[in-house]
Design a protein around this ligand. Structure first.
Ligand code: NAD
Length: 360
């Protein structure tokens, strides 16, 4: 397969981890006989420094022409001035909009070797393998909002949660297709006992579940109950689909289950066109340049990219298996190492992944 990927390293540890994920992708292309092309472009603070814009037009054009985009992270104290004309994060929001990425995918699958790093008991977390589909471009973050002055120095603020049928249908179908290729279980999370918008979600999803996807084991859970189930019985879920606000909160809650930010990838995808794949952690300015950042979340984001954007399932499985093998062999970066365990650096960790991948 010929595929072209855009690499957006961004700021802080971004260049250190994206360069390592690139090495893994290069090995995948050699090992499996593909031809991958990589184009590197600017985003975030570095783009502001070099062009004055956190998302230069050249970056947008290159992303649109690619099959997928791998992003490191953006931001850092250098660009934190609240009175600045623009900020690195603006680049991130705009790239999602430009590529019409309406679904955010976040897999939560703690590695067996790291279960003791989870804040929950091993027996609760064991066996957890959830894939969240969070709606990303609608709902309360994008509905009409206002703040008005009232007499007596009071103010009234309004944020509005708005969804239309097509927005619910398109993310539901993506999630349902994913459930079909996994364990066949799909959970929709809403607040239909209170919110009119949630009642629309329930009708639309229920209709699709009983017509197009009646082969799936489909259920609905209220968001407040879901917040509890995620920490009492996380292993009972497979694919979870929900709206923007609920997904934002639930995916952050769930990201605590595996015990380290440095292990978690995510993806944002649309109906057609390139998706955006990234680690969920930020640019970690406190460790940038020290060579100690954990590259595994970005390597796992690259695996997601292979699976979800160019359909290379076997290659994605191979990368994930290599990461698993490295952890099983006891290799740890400093964020994963427990007291007394030796911590290795970014490059050394990647070398172990490359070696494990070569051995398969
Ligand atoms: P952060 O995720 O960057 O760091 C939180 C803590 O986790 C830090 O102690 C950091 O050293 C550690 N950490 C993060 N990734 C790691 C890795 N791969 N290996 C080892 N340790 C790691 O969050 P923050 O400190 O709140 O934010 C720093 C900057 O990143 C801010 O400017 C923020 O706006 C930005 N940010 C960007 C994104 C993104 O680009 N998607 C996401 C979150 C935060």
């Amino acid at each position: 397969m010929d595929a072209s990927f855009v690499l957006l390293s961004g700021d802080g540890i971004g260049p250190e981890i994206v360069s390592q994920a690139k090495r893994v992708l290069q090995l995948v292309s050699d090992k499996f006989g593909h031809k991958f092309r990589f184009d590197e472009h600017l985003i975030g603070g570095i783009a502001i420094d070099e062009t004055g814009d956190p998302l230069p037009q050249a970056t947008i054009d290159a992303c649109r022409a690619s099959q997928a985009v791998l992003l490191g992270a953006v931001g850092g104290p250098k660009w934190d001035d609240p009175s600045a004309k623009t900020r690195p994060e603006a680049g991130l929001l705009r790239i999602r909009k430009e590529l019409q990425l309406f679904a955010n995918l976040r897999p939560i699958r703690p590695f067996a070797e790291l279960l003791d790093a989870s804040p929950l008991k091993r027996e609760v977390v064991e066996g957890t393998d959830i894939l969240f589909y969070r709606e990303l471009t609608g709902g309360i973050y994008f509905g009409p909002s206002s703040c008005e002055d009232l007499p007596g120095g009071q103010q009234r603020a309004t944020s509005t949660m708005v969804y239309e049928t097509f927005e619910i249908e398109r993310i539901f179908r993506l999630a349902a297709e994913a459930a079909r290729s996994r364990r066949g279980k799909l959970t929709m999370v809403d607040k239909a006992n209170v919110l009119e918008v949630s009642r629309l979600w329930r009708r639309v999803c229920g209709r699709l579940a009983s017509s197009e996807y009646c082969d799936l084991d489909y259920d609905v859970v209220l968001v407040d109950a879901m917040a509890m189930h995620l920490i009492s019985r996380p292993s009972s879920f497979d694919v979870v689909v929900t709206s923007n606000l609920f997904g934002d909160i639930l995916t952050d809650e769930a990201s605590m289950l595996p015990g380290s930010l440095g292990m978690l990838p995510s993806a944002s995808v649309g109906a057609n066109g390139p998706g955006l794949f990234e680690p969920i952690h930020g640019s970690a300015p406190d460790i940038a340049g020290k060579g100690i950042a954990n590259p595994l979340a970005t390597i796992l984001a690259a695996a997601m990219m292979l699976r979800h954007s160019v359909g290379l399932q076997q290659e994605a499985d191979a990368v994930e298996a290599a990461v698993q093998a490295v952890l099983a062999a006891g290799h740890r970066t400093s964020d994963l190492a427990r007291r007394g365990e030796k911590a290795i650096g970014t490059v050394e960790m990647t070398e172990h992944v490359l070696a494990a991948l070569s051995r398969q």
